[in-house]
Design a protein around this ligand. Structure first.
Ligand code: HEM
Length: 428
């Protein structure tokens, strides 16, 4: 076993958290260059931490690594979300996963489709102007409506005041999640933001409990959660509804949709007319959007014992940060990794879909993926069937990566309604 290259430095003095948060990509590239390794160590959040940006090592961490690691989110996020699956390990986590997975099987997800389609159709009129609109803002609005409607049975048209105040609460809650004090204070992160977020969490839980009592029809999501094996436990039901209705999910969905639409309305505009009828092209574009712009830069684990990670010695008590961003740009797997090239997925990388880790992987991978793909495809098909979309020229497309990746600036696009003849031709 090799020692992980790099240095974990002295407590507090050697901490690199501020460097990381200031510019996580620069931090990553600098350490990869200095250590000449895509697996390196540094002191982060004042804990010796192994950073994993090598694709094969990341995969091993998420699969075999579960035997030697715990999830690493509890200390920072449990308070703001309450107890949920993300903060559990071992048998408890396996039991919760089995229970919650029932909500997201392909068959169950089909039962949500009518509602998703209705919301997408209701939102389409918003793009119907000759003006440029901010792509991310639009995607965020549509995905928020879908999630709150699915998980809380909220109707944005009939109860717009209630809906808007719930959206405001999820925003305040979100600001607390990202201000999570960690043990270091970052510029701009204040205690009062965190306090307000905890209050917002309590308000959201009250609404969730109220909605749960109101919506006991068999088709409602909250009813389905209550039918899960753990569904008689209030904490299980309420806290998972809180997790799903938090701003995290719509932000991640909007991130993928925004990356897809930037490419298809800009550099790859020529693919717009064929993408709806060519499912392989659609899949390639979505894989490439995920590869280059994963919504989450990475994730965290804690070593529960000394272990061998793909040849590297990892010590008990050390943290591990897996860097999805870096693993997706690992030149050992992807030629010209900085280039957006959907055609790689039908060529050299046709067997490499399992090397994309936007949704984590292994026994703790995302359980919401069936739903995610259903929502994403419905939004794309809904928009591209009726509209052609053009990216405004000359915009700065720089991406930001924390807390959820998206363009740094407002990116403007224009949707133009197709004629009936165009709709028939593109759809045939
Ligand atoms: C684009 C949207 C989404 C992305 C990018 C995403 C990504 C992820 C990732 C990376 C993980 C693994 C975290 C880790 O191992 O460190 C995860 C776990 C999880 N996801 Fe998602 N997710 C998305 C949407 C959803 C949705 C819609 C749901 C359900 C409503 C969901 C439910 C979960 C749950 C419950 C876990 C925890 C699984 C466990 O702890 O065993 N996710 N997700």
């Amino acid at each position: 076993m090799t020692k992980v290259p790099g240095s974990v430095g002295l407590p507090i003095l050697g901490d690199k958290s501020i460097d990381f948060y200031r510019d996580p990509i620069r931090f990553t590239l600098k350490h990869i260059e200095n250590t000449n390794s895509r697996v390196f160590c540094a002191r982060f959040l004042n804990t010796p931490t192994v950073f994993v940006g090598c694709n094969s090592t990341l995969k091993e961490l998420l699969t075999d690594g579960v035997r030697h690691t715990d999830m690493g989110y509890k200390a920072f996020m449990e308070h703001i979300f309450g107890q949920n699956i993300l903060f559990t390990d071992g048998d408890m986590a396996a039991g919760l996963r089995q229970s919650l997975s029932q909500l997201f099987t392909p068959e169950t997800v089909k039962t949500y489709q009518q509602r998703v389609e209705r919301i997408v159709n209701e939102c389409l009129h918003e793009v119907e102007s000759s003006e440029y609109i901010c792509l991310y803002t639009f995607m965020k609005r549509i995905c928020t409506q879908i999630c709150l409607s699915l998980f809380l049975d909220l109707d944005f048209h009939q109860a717009s005041d209630t809906a808007n105040s719930i959206v405001a609460l999820t925003t305040t809650h979100w600001h607390g999640i990202i201000s999570v004090p960690l043990s270091i204070k970052l510029p701009g992160s204040g205690g009062s933001t965190y306090r307000k977020a905890l209050d917002a969490k309590e308000e959201l839980l009250k609404i969730i409990i109220h909605k749960k009592e109101q919506n006991d029809s068999a088709g409602s999501f909250s009813h389905k959660v209550q039918q899960c094996p753990h569904g008689n436990e209030d904490i299980f039901v309420n806290n998972h509804l809180l997790l799903f209705t938090s701003a995290l999910v719509p932000k991640a969905l909007s991130s993928i949709l925004t990356s897809f639409f930037i490419e298809i309305s800009g550099d790859h505009r020529d693919l717009q007319s064929s993408v709806l009828e060519d499912s392989i092209l659609m899949e390639s574009l979505l894989l490439e959007a995920q590869r280059m712009y994963p919504p989450f830069l990475g994730g965290r684990r804690l070593a529960t014992e000394d272990f061998n990670l793909n040849g590297y010695k990892v010590h008990k008590g050390h943290a591990l940060v897996y860097l999805t961003y870096a693993a997706h740009r690992d030149p050992a797997v992807f030629d010209n990794p900085e280039q957006f090239d959907p055609h790689r997925w039908t060529g050299r990388n046709s067997q490499d879909k399992d090397k994309i880790h936007c949704f984590g992987g292994g026994p703790r991978g995302c359980i919401g993926q069936n739903l995610v793909w259903q929502i994403i495809q419905t939004v794309i098909v809904g928009l591209l069937t009726k509209y052609s979309v053009t990216l405004k020229e000359g915009q700065d497309l720089t991406h930001k990566w924390l807390p959820v990746s998206r363009p740094k600036n407002e990116i403007l696009v224009k949707f133009v309604r197709k004629t009936e003849q165009q709709i028939d031709t593109d759809g045939s």
